[in-house]
Design a protein around this ligand. Sequence first.
Ligand code: FES
Length: 118
Amino acid sequence: MARFDHHIFVCENVRPPDAPRGCCSAKGSAEVRARFKEEVERRGLKGRVRANSAGCLDQCAHGVTVVVYPAQTWYGGVTVADVPEILDALAAGRVVERLRIPDEKLTGRGGALPRSTA
Ligand code: FES
């Protein structure tokens, strides 16, 4: 059995201000994660839903980037104000479409993983 029903990863990667890719930290990701943690606790979801800090999730152009597992739901441009709506959707088994990063816009997608030849 999984330890958590839902695991929310919030990119808190930090890059220098002049870095071409930017970073989620400069867009307020620490506040977004803190809001997730507060709201999870307020809703009595602690132990079932976990909000963790993540390094770069390789979706920098979409920051603040959030991914929810096991559903593999990717959200971009997330703000503190969006957190309750995301948790409402999670509880209802829905996705917040206006924030979802469509599969075709995700970077790093490939085919099946290669099998070991060892
Ligand atoms: S810096 Fe957040 S996804 Fe890369």
